[in-house]
Design a protein around this ligand. Sequence first.
Ligand code: ADP
Ligand code: F6P
Length: 332
Amino acid sequence: MKRIAVITSGGDAPGMNAAIRAVTLKALNAGCQVFGVKKGYQGLITGEIVELNSYAVSEILHRGGTILFSTRCPEFKEEQGMKKAKEQLEQLGVEGLVVIGGDGSFRGALDLSKMGFAVVGIPATIDNDIGGTELSLGFDTAVNTALDAINKIRDTAISHERVYVIEVMGRNAGFIALYAGLAGAAAAILIPEVETDLEEVVFRVKNATAKGRGHSIVVVAEGLFGNPMSGRTTAESSAFKVGNYVMKKTGKDTRITILGHLQRGGSPSATARILGTRFGAKAVEELLNGASEKMLGWNKNEITVTPLQEGIAKRNVLDLSLLSLADLLAVT
Ligand code: ADP
Ligand code: F6P
């Protein structure tokens, strides 16, 4: 294999740049020519593809976002879009692709592999919901960003003895809420994977007040009451619904904070940089060894290589014993 392309697609995630850098440097080191596809699958259709050298990927390891840009591109799902993408790749003589993204991006990658291109997927989404890997690129940084915000809100919550309902991202999954809530000693963590009991939240807030603690932090996953739409109003948010209910039932001064897209940005954590670097290098190694239709994962403390289908057909499963632990500590 002499020509490899790398692409970032779907929602961006901190650590994507680390993966782009490692793919590029590892492939150059092996004597390959490397191309970067801009703007996700859209760039594959329109031919916004640039050659990457070591200079192009210098000074990006510490940067959030993706230097290749990212989009959601509905046209790619159609036959016409696929055909254009195939022509672009054939024109450049690209034989192998590294696709960095979530399960939607993996579906696109699978279609590309059916057209004869070798494909390796790197799981990257702050939601951490992709099957076939315990950890997706971006999740660790997003949890730390959410935790930093929770810490800051806690300061003012304590001063004013208020209830704060903090909404975090995750689409339909509760990974960010559970991990940031556990690390941030939330009084309650509400996630889509578990039936919501607002009376229990009310009880915990009243219980805290009775014990002499004036403040409570409640962490809510954005997808608590169904699929979160991008661009929905505050009044439609999960945090608003929970906050309103708790305020009415407890009479406590309550505020809501929706952390939103700030969770997608920021300098990647050390874990993200190392994971992205290892994923990127391994993806190239796999392509050069003739692999295709594969995804990488991080399982039981090592990089794994499994069929791409794993990331599409399965979802990462939350360890609900962590929620039980958080609940136990919150009510004691
Ligand atoms: P993520 O990769 O983060 O899950 P999306 O679900 O938005 O993000 O998918 C990213 C892109 O992948 C889509 O905009 C589209 O171009 C492509 N894609 C998604 N689903 C499919 C599919 N079933 N077939 C082909 N391409 C797809
Ligand atoms: O999938 C990542 C994610 O940030 C989700 O947590 C969130 O629901 C969604 O993307 C937001 O999408 P957009 O950036 O299109 O508003």
